[in-house]
Write a protein that binds this ligand. Structure first.
Ligand SMILES: [Zn+2]
Length: 360
């Protein structure tokens, strides 16, 4: 079996260490005959995009083939993203879970969404009575996660509104947990997120409507936040397109966008586990994890070391992919400089190894 040797500063620790990759495993026990593939630099167990869609093609339609999913995931991989949480896919691709050339996958099934309100052809659209059974079915379609659309525009009201009543939103959480899955909820508004956090959802996606009180509840419960700041920055375009027909909605979206860096900063400061997600797929390109990291640092004030944890070892722990520990998984990226001193180095990995195979 091929063995690789890597020497460098293994983050988050400060010391220079030697590690070996044998097959898909990491060891700190020297392996005779290993080839040195990196000497010097700063070593991380690979980046994680914790909110990504490789089942949605550029433009917003479902992908048409497994090969298209492979292509999109490869763009992330080549940017150093070695694990992805797919936050909802209209195209099932369980075949790719263990594909050697692709990032490790934590997947939801299809988005569970309210009828005739959500993005066309993306979600399973169901009335309140069918939500729990649909969540159960989508838990089986995924490999550990369910994605719920907690709110969206309600055209009659001309503004964001919860997808279903409170009891149904809470029942969705219970159904996911009963099926052994974790549940991630899309929320932009102030109302749906309150219900979902109090019902014990595992992660809040976007979370523009979070209040300080709710942030405290999340911190106490350990509820994660995946802010997708790249997505929230596009709210101006959404507002522009909607303004003629839905002026109240347009105004609301801009207010949520403008307040968002402070929401993320407050969540970080309160101790909410924050993770890096780009929301790639549809209108957002793949391969932008580094940009999201820089936004968390520059706009939300997260220190570089904590952004790195949110984008790497912390997110891997959260998703169940062991990092650079004895017996961990053979995924790593090497950067030429210390990303804690200058986070911009994450834009250009020097070496990428995924599942023990050299990507770069
Ligand atoms: Zn998304």
């Amino acid at each position: 079996m091929t063995a690789w040797h890597v020497r460098g500063v293994v983050l988050p620790d400060d010391e220079v260490r030697d590690l070996w990759l044998v097959g898909d495993r990491v060891t700190y026990e020297p392996v005779a005959g290993a080839t040195t593939i990196a000497d010097g630099g700063f070593v991380l167990p690979g980046l994680v995009d914790a909110h990504c869609h490789i089942g949605i093609a550029p433009g917003g339609a479902p992908i048409g083939s497994l090969d298209q999913a492979r292509e999109l995931a490869a763009v992330d991989r080549d940017a150093g993203v070695l694990a992805i949480r797919d936050a909802g896919s209209p195209y099932p691709y369980p075949e790719l879970d263990d594909e050697p050339g692709l990032p490790r996958l934590a997947r939801a099934g299809r988005h569970v969404a309210p009828p005739r309100r959500y993005l066309r052809d993306i979600g399973v659209e169901v009335a309140a009575a069918d939500v729990p059974a649909t969540v159960t079915a989508q838990a089986r379609a995924g490999n550990g996660w369910v994605k719920l659309v907690g709110d969206w525009i309600e055209r009659d009201a001309g503004d964001l509104a919860p997808a279903w009543d409170d009891a149904t939103l809470a029942a969705a959480v219970d159904a996911a947990h009963a099926a052994g899955a974790r549940i991630a909820v899309h929320t932009f508004s102030e109302s749906a997120v309150e219900t979902m956090v109090r019902a014990g959802v595992d992660s809040v996606e976007h979370g523009t409507g979070l209040s300080l009180d709710l942030i405290d509840v999340m911190a106490r419960q350990g509820t994660a936040l995946v802010p997708t700041m790249i997505n929230i920055a596009t709210f101006g375009n959404i507002a522009d397109r909607a303004r003629d027909k839905f002026p109240g909605y347009a105004k609301h979206m801009l207010a949520l966008r403008d307040g968002f860096p402070d929401v993320v900063r407050a969540a970080y400061e309160a101790g909410v586990p924050v993770y890096v997600g780009t929301d790639a797929g549809g209108g957002i390109s793949h391969g932008l994890a580094a940009r999201e990291m820089l936004l968390l640092h520059e706009r939300a004030g997260m220190p570089a070391a904590d952004v790195l944890r949110a984008a790497s070892w912390g997110a891997r722990d959260w998703l169940g992919f062991p990092g650079l520990v004895e017996g961990g998984l053979a995924d790593l990226v090497v950067y030429p400089g210390d990303p804690r001193r200058d986070l911009r180095v994450v834009e250009a990995p020097q070496r990428i190894v995924l599942r023990g195979r050299i990507v770069r």
